[in-house]
Design a protein around this ligand. Structure first.
Ligand code: BGC
Length: 383
């Protein structure tokens, strides 16, 4: 847990925001002078812009976030004994996030979260070339994706913050000027809700998601293999050797991918299975068994701490990544903790990988005049 002084979100509006609508009453009640104290351990300048840490808090959750990549930095939830545990991986300073930008800790990834095959796609007959940052493919929007940008703070209260970023036409190879906004809100029921909205001035593709790495035993615990996972998906998107969809859906029944009933992540992760071999573990899009709209799609439970996380989303897919590319030698995280191989998992709500090259997948096209809208909730309980 970070024990450094965190600035109260509503107090730094003035220095960072455009159009900030913080509640003036709240400003008076808190102590603006003391609370605007810069967090010397974390704060920084990136691309000439101020990067800061913000805190949201309610009776159940304490969350810190930064405007660098609109990312979650810590997420403290009570365990079964009432002890607070920080369940996401991260760093103590903005510089460390910048240096290790390509692990995407806690960030909003895009413009296209997940992979685009051969780093290229066609839209209305025109070919768009993206950066190859994952072999021949493009991953999470390339090395200069939105996770690597300083976002603006549009609005914040004690339990909610809205961050905005305008991605210029052609940035990272994608067409259209895209105005995007992400709102994080804490709910009294233990939920952290992420709302995404975006518009464009030219037809484009967009697939935003949050890339938090979770360990429900607490970040820094050496493994997530004891966590019990359930995903409402009867199929996964088959991938080729470079983790690009072949276009085929594989039924999970009777395989290591069957999480329709809760099973430990570690139960079958080392099975002889061609798809597991390619991902070096789980690194696959689960095709969610859901209707249009917002609904529960997955749950993870850590027996040691009793912490359970339920996931609700409007998205059709869920990328389950079991931390297979994490290395025991990776740079240390918050409070000097090591984050070894498979010591965290990601569950990224999204449209399917490489959808722009698969007309059969749900479309990720965003047109001028339309509004991109997506919502995901991570809800925390104990049992
Ligand atoms: C991908 C992994 C990748 C990881 C990088 C995940 O979303 O599915 O293949 O290694 O991001 O942190």
């Amino acid at each position: 847990m970070m024990n450094k002084k965190i600035i109260a979100a509503w107090c730094v509006c003035a220095s960072l925001a455009y159009g900030c609508q913080s509640n003036p009453t709240q400003n008076k009640q808190s102590n603006p002078t003391a609370d605007t104290t810069v967090n010397l351990g974390f704060d920084s300048q990136i691309d000439g812009q101020e990067v800061r840490l913000f805190q949201l808090k309610n009776a159940k959750l304490t969350v810190s976030l930064t405007n660098y990549g609109a990312r979650l930095v810590s997420l403290e939830v009570p365990d079964k004994e009432g002890k607070s545990r920080d369940v996401i991986l991260g760093y103590d300073s903005a510089e460390e996030y910048k240096k290790n930008y390509n692990n995407y800790y806690g960030a909003i990834v895009g413009r296209y979260g997940n992979r685009i095959g051969k780093a290229s796609f066609k839209l209305n007959g025109e070919t768009f070339s993206l950066e190859k940052n994952d072999g021949d493919n493009s991953l999470h929007g390339g090395t200069n994706g939105v996770y690597n940008k300083v976002w603006k703070v549009v609005n914040n209260t004690a339990t909610s913050i809205t961050l905005a970023y305008t991605s210029p036409d052609g940035e990272a190879g994608y067409p259209g000027t895209v105005n995007m906004e992400v709102t994080y809100t804490l709910h009294d029921n233990g939920g952290l809700i992420i709302d995404y909205r975006a518009t464009t001035d030219k037809e484009t593709v967009l697939n935003l998601t949050n890339h938090a790495y979770f360990n429900l035993n607490g970040a820094g615990d050496p493994s997530i293999l004891d966590h019990e996972l359930q995903i409402a998906a009867k199929g996964i998107t088959e991938v080729d050797a470079t983790l690009i969809p072949t276009g085929k859906s594989l039924p999970v029944e009777g395989t290591a991918f069957d999480f329709t009933k809760a099973q430990a992540i570690g139960a079958h992760i080392n099975d002889e299975n061609a798809q597991l071999k390619i991902g070096k573990g789980y690194d696959h899009n689960f095709e969610l068994d859901k209707k249009a709209g917002f609904q529960e799609v997955a749950a993870v439970y850590a027996p040691k701490t009793g912490i359970e996380m339920k996931i609700y989303t409007t998205e059709p897919g869920l990328q389950f990544y079991s931390g297979n590319f994490m290395k025991d030698t990776d740079p240390k995280g918050k409070d000097g903790k090591a984050y070894p191989f498979r010591s965290a998992f990601c569950l990224e709500t999204q449209h399917f990988p490489d959808a722009p090259n698969h007309p059969g997948f749900a479309s990720t096209v965003l047109k001028p005049g339309d509004t991109y809208s997506s919502k995901t909730e991570y809800r925390f309980l104990v049992r």
